[in-house]
Unconditional design. Sequence first.
Length: 276
Amino acid sequence: MLQASISKKLKIEGFGLHTGGYSSLILHPEGPDTGIWFVYRGKSIRAHFLNVVDTTRATSLGSDGVLIRTVEHLLASLYILGIDNLTIELIGNNELPILDGSGFHYFRLLRGNIRHFNKPKELASIQKPIKVELDKASITAIPCEKPVFSYAGFIKGLFDLREVYFKGFAPQVIYARTFCYLEEVNNLLSQGFGKGASDKSVLVLHNGKPVNAKMRYIDEPLRHKLLDLIGDFALFGARATFCIRSLMGNHRLNIELLKSLSLFATFSKSSFVSTP
Ligand code: ZN
């Protein structure tokens, strides 16, 4: 697999899910071995798990007093498309646009504008399973032949346990929107979350059914959790050559997995391993 960036400067803008503020993103092409960087108010922050400062309802990066919120849907689109070198300039509000709540608008913007370099990607490998746990949730990275990311969980009122998979095909996850349960809406708002939420960006569930929009997949909320896992994994800085199985994981546990992986994984550059 070869490293990639974008072929030209791209722009996208919109309201942040939690802050409700408006921001513009300018995506700048970068050369090989640069990595993915955010720039906000003159500060550069690498898209790396060591820079994660908050995982409550979204993944936020921070450094030197600068906070960049809700990075995971753009990062998931970048990982799915194999883009590993980019500068993301954020202007205005400090939260990335939520758009339609999924990764689709980022994916659509990027997919026709990819430029590959004649340099192999950094790949991460493990020799034995690595597991992180928190309460009833767990995430396990497992050596396997063809990397697959999966998420198993339940949706209240709809099904008890179901597993969804990302095997490298964007449609398996890219349209899945952010969601919440109707009964938690007031609580979230009172805690300062979801100020920019609307029927266009958040699927609201009650008794196992969406109350404000139609489901794009029968198990759309689980697929969104899987999209979040991919986006958080993009903060590892290397491509997975192993499988990742999440059982009711969340942003916090995703980042814990990356911390554990960083202790045990080996890194090598190769141009022939296929990954999701
Ligand atoms: Zn999300």
